[in-house]
Structures are given as structure tokens and as C-alpha cells.
Design a protein around this ligand. Structure first.
Ligand SMILES: Nc1ncnc2c1ncn2[C@@H]1O[C@H](COP(=O)(O)OP(=O)(O)OP(=O)(O)O)[C@@H](O)[C@H]1O
Length: 533
């Protein structure tokens, strides 16, 4: 039977007496490691250095561990307050081997390991709770109220997805969590469900949970998902809008779930004295985006404002670079790391293709040709800037294609309408900047076209992940020109990792460290500039 590596160390004890000198040295070192109180992550500039630094001492919290489980892979949370994986038994220990309870515990650990392997779930951390076999276990193990299960059934959710199987029990056990799972694999419900279960009922107890999303569109979508699962309960679920931030006093606001972008929440705290000191759950969705330098200061501020010592924080994304984990580890406590599949890979449900378009003009010709041959809506087209989005829209608008465009120059209402029209099928083709590249769940997108080469491997994974969601298959086509060739290898690596074929010459290109690749490109439009307005 396959056994987890941590079995090797079961029962090993550290003899404090024998190693007294080393122990004393270690203890001193821990005491010397003081926490920098100015900023949770340090200054934005120092992020990378901080990421490499050892984690500071954590606040000690009184949280009970649950059904113990072996640690898979390396233990990323060395500093966590780990309880022994196998509890010491004072009574039944005898010469005939482990006690009955211990044996049952071993069996449960083995069953969990086999089940995780089957669902491609990898965990690290001490005492990781058993994964969910089915949704019914939410009731039998955790006393989930019937209305939540009813709402899930109405949404057509029959079985938990792998990330839901593991992340939901982790959060229900009061543990902090890093979760990384492919695009479209149900990460949203993996935090919505346990939060609603833990909050139990609506209450006038200040702001009880906060969800941060990198874009307004995603914040709106997440608010809707919360409301869908909360149907039948009187939870107050609020989106932080411009109008809300204008409200004079937010210091006495009560709400069960608050969803926001970092900037809006930062303004609400600073200008309107929003009080986050009672927040019990904080979720950083698309966490690697939130940890980028532009947003880090606001995130830092919000995380500090959520000062409740027993807060449970979690990070969710389809891409989780090491530096984000390192950074988050400095603030998280006794966290569990849950990875589904391999970290930083694209969804295997998306058939990926690279197309050499020669020039900017060549891209437009290739696009028109493919639409003339077969246009299978809905199609999402990504470009690298709002100027180029406008230009391409200007071109396609003449082609009798029901196209629309979304970028940051549009008003909030225009952006919302563009998303709604695309969702309802009124629009067949949506031309977009990366503003909708992450998290957006447009059901049934048949094809994503990267008209402009993405500026990073993570951007590529998220863009193409708008297709191939919830078990459906999809397609992604990426155009490239001469200037993109040096970066092809990075995309090719993502493609091969998810089982797509890539020509050998691309795989033998030299590896290149990827800085943001956003070259100046020739105008898409053949028309004079003022006609594009
Ligand atoms: N258990 C389930 N069974 C069937 N469908 C599900 C289940 N859970 C979620 N879904 C559906 O799967 C789709 C994708 O879910 P979601 O948007 O949460 O993906 P995600 O993992 O957050 O993706 P991304 O990384 O792009 O943000 C949604 O339409 C959602 O309703």
C-alpha cells in the first residue's frame, strides 16, 4: 500500500535533554526574531528581500487541530504551531504495538492519502483535515444547514471539485489556507461555502468577513455567488461601491460578508473609518495579483486593519508564485497548503494553439479569416492595451459581427453592460484587456484568442482559463509575431505541462527570464487615428 513519506518519521521524538545545548541556542534565536510592526509585508520595494527572509514569530492562537493527517511533500509551514501528527497515548500503550485508536488513525491517514492521490490533491501542513467524500458530509461532519445544500443542488453541484473537497474542511476547521487549483475548478465555492457555514446566521456584529478581488468585475461576480449560496438566509452581503465609500460614516457598519477591490476598501478604511477589527474571515482571491507591487500597499493596510487575533485568512489562485507564498507565510498562522494538480499550470481542458501571424496586419487577416470560416460564439479576444482594444473593436464593428469591448476607460455601467451582454449571448465576441483575464466566469466560452501575446506566463494561464471551465472543454489560440519569439518558450512550457503539443524548434529556444513583455506594436487599424475615436 502506498504510504505517505511522513510515515517514515512517525513516532520520532526530539530528546530535549540530550540536545540541551542546541535546544537552548535555538530558543535564543527564536526570541531574537522580532516582528517588524510597521508594515506586515515591509515596504513594497523590500518585498522580494522580505520574501527570502525567515518567517517572523507568530502570534499564538488557541486553535484545536482536527483529524490528523500525514504531511505530503515538504512542510512549508515549519513555523506553524504544529501538534504531533500522532497523539501520544498515555493509557493503552502496550508491548503489542500501537493502540486501537492509533491503528484507526493510521488507517484513516492511509485512506486520505489514497483519496487525495485519486483527486490529484497535494497538501502540506500539520494535521490536515480529511477531504470531503461528498457534499452530504458537510451535514454529517460539520452540521451544514439544509438551505446551503439545497442551494448547491439548485446550482447543479452534485460532487465537490477537488479544491472544494480539501479547502472546505480546512477552512471549516478554523485553519488558514493557501489554495492553488486550475482555472474554472470551483475555487469560489471553496471559500463561499465554509464562510457562510461558519457565520451561521446574520448578525449585527460589525463586519464579519472580507473578500478582496483584484477587479470590480470579479468583485461583482463574487457578490453574486455569495448571494446564490446564501438564498434562504438573511445574511447581509455587500459590495463596496463608490457610492458606499461616499457614505459619511462607515465606522458602525454591520455586514456579514463584504466584497471589495483593494483600493475601494483602503479608501473606506482611511476616509470613512470603516472598522475591520471584528473580521473573522479574510480571503485574498487571485492572491498573486493582489500581491503585485501596485496593490501591495493597500493589501498590507487592509490585512493590518483586520486585527481580530483569531481571524482566519486564506489565499486562492490558479497561479501561486513562490514569492507570494513566502510573503504570505510571514503573516499566516498554522496554515495548510492545498495544491490541486501542479502549481502554475493551465487547465488541461483547454486545447492550446500557437499561430505565427507575421505582422500586426497578419493578425487581423488571420482573425477575419477564421471568423469567416467558422465563428462559434462566445469568443473572447485579449489585447495588450485599451488603445488596441478600441482599435480592434473599430475594425470588427464593420464586419457585421456582434462584438463589444471592455477596458478601463469605460464607465462602470458600460463595463457591467459589456459583461452582461456577453453573458446573455447578445454579444458574440468580446474584445478585452486583462481586466477580465482573471476569475471571470463566462459560461461556455468556446474560444479565447490572444490577439496580443500575453505579458507573462501567469497572464497566459488566466486568460486561456476563461474557456474550459467547470469540466467543459475549450480552445485557446495565441498569435505571435517576430517580437514575441523570444518569449515563446515560456508559453510553450505551460502548453507542454498541460499536455498540448508544441513544435520542437520552440522547445529548443533559449529560456528567457520573463519581464513584462508588452512591446510597442504597430497600430491594428489601417484607418487614420482620428477615425478610431
Ligand atoms: N461542485 C461543482 N460542480 C459543478 N460546477 C461547479 C462546482 N463548483 C463550482 N462550479 C462551477 O464551476 C465554474 C467555475 O467556478 P469558479 O469561477 O469558482 O472557478 P475558479 O476556480 O475560481 O476559476 P478562476 O481561477 O478562473 O477564478 C462556475 O460556473 C461554478 O458555478
Amino acid at each position: 500500500m502506498a504510504k505517505d513519506p511522513s510515515f517514515l518519521f512517525a513516532g520520532v521524538h526530539f530528546n530535549k535533554k540530550k540536545f540541551a545545548n542546541d535546544f537552548a541556542r535555538f530558543e535564543k534565536k527564536v526570541k531574537d526574531d522580532s516582528v517588524d510592526d510597521k508594515s506586515l509585508f515591509g515596504t513594497a520595494e523590500a518585498v522580494q528581500e522580505n520574501a527570502a527572509a525567515p518567517p517572523p514569530k507568530k502570534r499564538k492562537r488557541n486553535r484545536k487541530g482536527v483529524a490528523s493527517d500525514p504531511v505530503e511533500g515538504f512542510n512549508v509551514f515549519k513555523s506553524s504551531q504544529s501538534e504531533p501528527d500522532i497523539p501520544e497515548e498515555k493509557t493503552e500503550k502496550d508491548e503489542d504495538g500501537p493502540s486501537k485508536e492509533k491503528k484507526e488513525l493510521f488507517r484513516q491517514m492511509e485512506r486520505n492519502a489514497i483519496f487525495r492521490k485519486k483527486h490529484n490533491i497535494h497538501v502540506s501542513g500539520a494535521n490536515v483535515p480529511s477531504p470531503l467524500q461528498n457534499f452530504a458530509e458537510l451535514k454529517t461532519r460539520y452540521g451544514c444547514k439544509s438551505y446551503i445544500l439545497r442551494n448547491m443542488a439548485k446550482l447543479g453541484f452534485k460532487e465537490p471539485t477537488p479544491i472544494q473537497r480539501q479547502a472546505i474542511p480546512v477552512l471549516l476547521s478554523g485553519r488558514e489556507c493557501f489554495a492553488c487549483a486550475p482555472t474554472g475548478s470551483g475555487k469560489t465555492m471553496a471559500f463561499v461555502c465554509p464562510i457562510l457555514m461558519k457565520l451561521k446566521n446574520a448578525s449585527n456584529d460589525g463586519i464579519r468577513s472580507v473578500i478582496l478581488c483584484p477587479t470590480k468585475e470579479l468583485a461583482i461576480q463574487t457578490t453574486r455567488e455569495f448571494k446564490k449560496l446564501a438564498r434562504g438566509n438573511k445574511f447581509r452581503i455587500k459590495l463596496v461601491t463608490k457610492a458606499l465609500v461616499k457614505t459619511s460614516d462607515l465606522s458602525k457598519m454591520h455586514c456579514d460578508v463584504l466584497i471589495s477591490t483593494p483600493l475601494r476598501l483602503w479608501l473606506a478604511i482611511r476616509k470613512r473609518k470603516m472598522d475591520l477589527s471584528r473580521v473573522e474571515f479574510l480571503v485574498l482571491d487571485e492572491s498573486d495579483k493582489l500581491f503585485e507591487l501596485g496593490l501591495l500597499k493597500q493589501i498590507d493596510f487592509v490585512v493590518k486593519a483586520c486585527s481580530n487575533p483569531s481571524i482566519v485568512r486564506s489565499l486562492f489562485s490558479a497561479t501561486l508564485p513562490d514569492f507570494v507564498e513566502d510573503l504570505a507565510r510571514t503573516i499566516m498562522h498554522d496554515a495548510v497548503r492545498v495544491i490541486v494538480g501542479r502549481k502554475n499550470t493551465a487547465s488541461e481542458l483547454v486545447k492550446q494553439k500557437l499561430v505565427f501571424a507575421g505582422s500586426e496586419e497578419g493578425k487581423l487577416i488571420a482573425l477575419r479569416q477564421s471568423f469567416a470560416e467558422s465563428l462559434n460564439p462566445p469568443v473572447l479576444i485579449f489585447v495588450q492595451s485599451k488603445e488596441r482594444a478600441k482599435e480592434l473593436y473599430g475594425e470588427l464593428a464593420f464586419d457585421n459581427i456582434r462584438a463589444n469591448v471592455i477596458h478601463s476607460d469605460l464607465s462602470q455601467i458600460q463595463r457591467e453592460n459589456a459583461v452582461d451582454d456577453f453573458r446573455s449571448g447578445k454579444t458574440w465576441v468580446l474584445i478585452a484587456t486583462d481586466v477580465v483575464a482573471r476569475g471571470m466566469d463566462f459560461k461556455g466560452i468556446s474560444c479565447v484568442i490572444n490577439f496580443d501575446f500575453p505579458d507573462s506566463a501567469a497572464a497566459y494561464i488566466h486568460r486561456i482559463g476563461r474557456s474550459g471551465r467547470a469540466g467543459r472543454s475549450g480552445e485557446a489560440i495565441t498569435f505571435y509575431t517576430e517580437e514575441d519569439i523570444p518569449y515563446l518558450r515560456n508559453i510553450a512550457n505551460v502548453m507542454t505541462a498541460s499536455g498540448c503539443e508544441v513544435p520542437q524548434w520552440i522547445l529548443s529556444l533559449p529560456k528567457r527570464k520573463w519581464k513584462k513583455h508588452r512591446p510597442r506594436r504597430e497600430s491594428i487599424s489601417a484607418k487614420p487615428e482620428d477615425e478610431n475615436e
